[in-house]
Design a protein. Structure first.
Length: 184
């Protein structure tokens, strides 16, 4: 009996300590209107962007690269770039970083995140961890990130990051028929 009770308590605490991104993604897609974006990212356990800020997106897609950039009016920015020939044909659209460099046998690319704090720009790169484009098509763009950030000019301090970006019915993607070959 004692064993079952300890297992149950461990299960409850482990469920509460991690976010279930699938539920957050599903709920976001239900609440959003067409061409709206939710950026739910925590850095060091604190929301990095104000949840009330509206984000605009820009996209670049071709056979060699995918660039997704999300910017708000307060100079908050999330920039993901995937660079590899035929990147859209890869089974997984995940980039794993170790010491700031994409791991071998994975897609190449970069992730930058930043914002303006009292007129001073703050920026980070994904140092360890992963970022994954879970969906990219005319219905939605979904990105999940988990790992550790570092400032490019400071090798010592790192901050944990986790979050999700959900863009429902992206107008820019649905209005460009040339990009359909890159959708998944």
């Amino acid at each position: 009996m004692k064993y079952y009770l300890l297992t149950f308590i461990f299960f409850i605490f482990s469920c509460k300590s991690e976010k279930n991104w699938d539920i957050i993604i599903f709920e976001s897609l239900q609440k959003l209107s067409a061409d709206q974006i939710v950026v739910d990212i925590e850095v060091d356990g604190v929301p990095y962007f104000d949840k009330n800020e509206d984000f605009k997106a820009s996209v670049l897609l071709n056979q060699m690269a995918c660039q997704l950039e999300f910017i708000n009016e307060n100079l908050g920015k999330f920039n993901l770039r995937v660079e590899e020939a035929d990147w859209s044909k890869a089974t997984s659209k995940r980039i794993k970083f170790k010491h700031g460099v994409p791991e071998a046998n994975d897609l190449s690319g970069s992730l930058l995140i930043g914002k303006s704090i009292n007129v001073i720009q703050e920026g980070f790169v994904l140092f360890n961890g992963s970022v994954e484009i879970k969906q990219l098509n005319q219905n939605a763009c979904v990105i999940v990130i988990d790992g550790e950030l570092k400032k490019p000019e400071n090798d010592n301090a790192s901050k944990p990051i986790n979050g999700v970006i959900v863009w429902k019915l992206p107008k820019e993607l649905s209005s460009n028929p040339n990009w359909k070959e890159f959708y998944f």
